[in-house]
Design a protein around this ligand. Structure first.
Ligand SMILES: [Zn+2]
Length: 284
């Protein structure tokens, strides 16, 4: 699944190559990715055709493209979605779902195999689509407020990992980044927010920023090319992960084998020495 840095790479690519251009043709090749547009694929295409793209913005893993109509195209990549720039006339991808012909020698394509993602028209959503207004800012957002985050975490009794995955507290920290951030901060994901010191929460936040920025740096070359690509298998995941996916391999800090436990239908990875489990309160 694309995590926030991959979505940010796509946003930057769109900003660089699509903003300022007019959507000359809009072709919906499969209805499912535009299912949230109640008026149907025909209306989706009609509302967008002829509009100029005025920006490329992001809240968490949602992207939106403000249009000169005051509306916006709102998109989520889901599990397998990609936004690609391709030269006009390039062969269609097998899972090509929506094509935007531009006043340019290339076109923007939404490709999605599993189709959990999608695109919709957000009416009046150019500034901030109502659909994403409830989503918290992410740690890389310049307007993110660290002290508000610390206060919110320390009011919650759930485990810090669960809090990190709550999009109303902080957005864009997926399962992989949460594990990496917690390892960097030497904090076990089950430690309740109410039991964390301010310094622990700030360390976790710093860890999240570090891992996200490293991923952005490594994705940085892909938006220099015309081809803007996103997929969950970026090189970052192969080279730089410290705990995620490394069950029984030695922790790079202390050599203790990394442990995997199941967590909300997924997995959590941690170093049992660097990130001791919280002590459970003694039964009375
Ligand atoms: Zn360790």
């Amino acid at each position: 699944m694309p995590e926030l840095p991959e979505v940010e790479v796509v946003r930057r690519g769109v900003e660089r190559h699509v903003v300022g251009h007019v959507l000359e043709r809009v072709e919906v090749l499969h209805p499912r990715p535009v299912r949230r547009h109640a008026a149907g694929p025909g209306d989706f295409a009609a509302r967008l055709t002829g509009r100029r793209v005025e920006g490329a913005r992001r809240r968490g893993k949602y992207l939106w493209l403000p249009l000169d109509s005051g509306d916006a195209i709102l998109g989520h990549l889901g599990m397998s979605g990609q936004l690609l720039l391709q030269p006009e006339g390039a062969p269609d991808e097998r899972h090509l779902r929506v094509r935007f012909g531009l006043d340019a020698p290339y076109e923007l394509r939404f490709v999605d195999q599993r189709m959990f993602g999608g695109l919709s028209v957000s009416e009046g959503g150019a500034e901030l689509p109502a659909e994403v207004a409830h989503i918290a800012r992410d740690p890389l957002d310049p307007a993110f407020d660290d002290e508000v985050f610390v206060a919110r975490v320390r009011r919650r009794s759930s485990g810090i990992k669960r809090i990190l995955l709550d999009q109303t507290v902080v957005s864009g920290v997926g399962n992989i980044y949460a594990d990496e951030a917690l390892w960097l901060a030497r904090v076990h994901g089950d430690r309740p927010g109410t039991r964390l010191r301010r310094a622990d929460v700030l360390a976790v936040l710093e860890g999240a920023r570090q891992v996200m920025l490293a991923a952005l740096d490594q994705g940085g070359t892909s938006f220099d090319a015309l081809y803007v690509n996103v997929n969950g298998e970026s090189g970052y995941f192969d080279r730089s992960l410290q705990v995620y996916g490394r069950e029984q391999l030695p922790c790079s800090r202390c050599g203790t084998p990394v442990v995997r436990v199941s967590f909300m239908n997924r997995s959590s990875y941690f170093c049992p020495r660097c990130q001791p489990r919280p002590r459970t309160p003694r039964a009375r």
